[in-house]
Design a protein around this ligand. Structure first.
Ligand SMILES: NC(=O)c1ccc[n+]([C@@H]2O[C@H](COP(=O)([O-])OP(=O)(O)OC[C@H]3O[C@@H](n4cnc5c(N)ncnc54)[C@H](OP(=O)(O)O)[C@@H]3O)[C@@H](O)[C@H]2O)c1
Length: 286
């Protein structure tokens, strides 16, 4: 995995970005771009839902268009932000416009492979596939990108600078790794929510008030995540630093080890990756 933060970023401000689909992820990305100083008049959204478009225009001052091909006709970059099961129909619908305009195509759809996107677009498209996760809604996302063959460094930088508006970005060199990424960061927020639920329940069962147990759990998760992100030490070293021999943390961690927590996470992520492969195949067959 390459962290590409030093890559040369082409001047994004001169580019027009069109979002096909004006749902949650598009709104997050637009919010992030505008917070980064990107000009609202360089952002276009296309969606069949007129009310949704009016809401986005009122919130961000961006341009809205009801017809996907019209929106592609004006784009330097097209972000495909519809649900995966809609993708074939939507992409085939913009293929003619994309063949003429030749924008960079950035997909944020889970499970839709570059091969299919390329075929639906009629061949020859510059394609970057990305996998963001839900904390992107709070500009705290983790997005992994993969560039199809033929995508230039400038196009890669362009795609990266869009996704960086909603959090951390990194690249994988092999599209197949997107299934592992889906298992780790795509589904990952839910694993942490489950750990939080379990800690909250345990706190309540030891007599803490429900609200206290919840607040302590969430703040502890936030504090641990901040320590992990701000420290040059990895999580294992941080754990050792807070584990005194014979102390309370050591007792709890040994019980978690005895219960095979690590194996369980290994199996859980393998299961998620297998399911990601299955879901991609189902999308291919559609
Ligand atoms: N949400 C996440 O955390 C997350 C994480 C990783 C990846 N993603 C990916 O991001 C993509 C968007 O997800 P989302 O959560 O933003 O979904 P969403 O809120 O349902 O947004 C999709 C939007 O596309 C619109 N749409 C439907 N048909 C269309 C068409 N023919 N042309 C243009 N727009 C059309 C939908 O309109 P209607 O509502 O009227 O159908 C909706 O506004 C998905 O592919 C998903 O896999 C999301």
């Amino acid at each position: 995995m390459n962290h590409n933060s030093t890559a040369r970023i082409p001047d994004l401000s001169s580019k027009t970005i069109t979002f096909i689909g004006g749902g949650n992820m598009a709104a997050s990305l637009i919010g992030g771009l505008i917070a980064d100083g990107y000009k609202a008049k360089r952002i276009i959204v296309s969606d069949p839902d007129g009310e949704k478009l009016a809401g986005l225009a009122a919130r961000f001052g961006i341009i809205t268009i009801g017809d996907n091909s019209d929106a592609v006709n004006r784009a330097d970059v097209v972000v495909l932000a519809v649900k995966p099961q809609m993708m074939k129909q939507v992409v085939e619908g913009i293929a003619d416009a994309a063949q003429i305009r030749r924008p960079l195509i950035v997909s944020i759809a889970a499970g839709v492979r570059e091969r299919e996107l390329g075929i639906w677009l009629g061949g020859g498209a510059a394609l970057v596939r990305t996998m963001p996760n839900t904390p992107a809604m709070l500009q705290a996302g983790a997005t992994v990108l993969h560039a199809a063959p033929g995508v230039t460094d400038d196009q890669k930088s362009l795609a990266e600078s869009i996704l960086r508006a909603v959090g951390l970005t990194c690249w994988v060199d092999d599209e197949e790794k997107m299934d592992a990424v889906t298992a780790l960061s795509g589904s990952g927020p839910a694993y942490f929510f489950m750990v939080m639920e379990a800690m909250e329940e345990a706190g309540k069962s030891m007599g803490l008030a429900a609200e206290t147990a919840r607040l302590l759990t969430i703040q502890t998760a936030l504090g641990a995540a901040r320590m992990a992100i701000e420290s040059s030490d990895g999580p294992a070293a941080l754990r050792w630093q807070v584990t005194s021999p014979g102390g309370t943390t050591e007792r709890a961690l040994s019980i978690l080890e005895e219960g095979s927590l690590r194996d369980l996470f290994g199996k859980a992520l393998q299961g998620a990756r297998e399911r990601s492969v299955e879901l991609s195949r189902m999308l291919e067959e559609k």
